[in-house]
Design a protein around this ligand. Structure first.
Ligand code: AMP
Length: 252
């Protein structure tokens, strides 16, 4: 496994690769959810590139960016174990050496849920994902359904800009309690995690959005940001002690 630290390095290396390339963009602090994306890429492609880049542009709260957990040593061990070929760890001023261009979208998805509650978030996501896709030039790129709006927007962007890359959706991986794995979970203590479990159980168990909203709004210690149904899926965002968690499920 090789570690690439600069955009120049990845451009040079990528030019020499003739095999099929799979790519998994991450912000590090890798967990079981990330592991499933990376494992899938390793199985489906000859070469797998993982990027670890905490994208400042997509954080609407400075505190969230500063508190983002960093576990580079463990992350590299996990990538090596799974069989990753290249880990790309760029610096912020290298990725953003030219700040004059960003990806703005007026896609309807941007007006709702994450787009509504996190102003500027998707501009930050799309801008960085486009740069990473241009650098890695993958045949397939893997994104989690946990961040469903992100997955949808990335797929639409790839089509809009004629990127020669398949965006592969990957199912949400959950802890036994039903809570999706997330880097933010480590900021919750045992009691707070129990509250998250209660909310997720109601989100998955109750009948419809109205009943879910009624039951979840009674749970102590949370602020419910949204609970909405769109196109055969239900989506939730809630905050426990300043830690914001999201989930979504497909309706049958
Ligand atoms: P992040 O490091 O949070 O930017 O996530 C990197 C990728 O992993 C994104 O495509 C996420 O949607 C995906 N991901 C994060 N958590 C999970 C999970 N629990 N299950 C499946 N995919 C996930």
């Amino acid at each position: 496994m090789k570690i690439l630290h600069s955009t120049n390095e990845i451009i040079k290396i990528r030019q020499k690769i003739a095999d099929q390339v799979g790519f998994v963009p991450t912000m590090g602090n890798l967990h079981v959810g990330h592991r499933s994306l990376i494992t899938r890429s390793v199985h489906e492609n000859k070469i797998t590139v993982v990027s670890i880049f905490v994208n400042k542009l997509q954080f609407n709260k400075a505190e969230d960016f500063e508190k983002y957990p960093k576990t580079l040593e463990e992350d590299l061990k996990l990538c090596e174990e799974i069989g990753v070929d290249y880990v790309f760890i760029p610096q912020d001023d290298d990725i953003h050496r030219n700040k004059h261009f960003i990806v703005e979208s007026n896609h309807p998805t941007l007006k709702m849920m994450e787009g509504k509650y996190r102003q500027g978030h998707f501009t930050g996501v799309l801008t960085v994902v486009l740069k990473l896709l241009q650098l890695a030039q993958p045949h397939k790129a893997y994104f989690g359904e946990k961040d469903y709006q992100q997955l949808l927007l990335v797929r639409e962007m790839a089509k809009a800009f004629f990127l020669n890359c398949e965006i592969v959706p990957c199912e949400t991986i959950r802890i036994a309690s039903g809570v999706p794995y997330s880097s933010r979970n480590s900021r919750l203590n045992v009691e707070e995690m129990k509250i998250a479990e209660d909310v997720i159980k109601l989100f998955h168990g109750a009948n419809d959005v109205e009943e879910k909203r009624e039951l979840i709004s009674k749970v102590k210690g949370i602020t419910l940001e949204y609970l909405e149904a769109h196109e055969g899926r239900e989506f939730i965002a809630f905050v426990i002690k300043g830690v914001r968690l999201i989930d979504n499920i497909k309706l049958n």
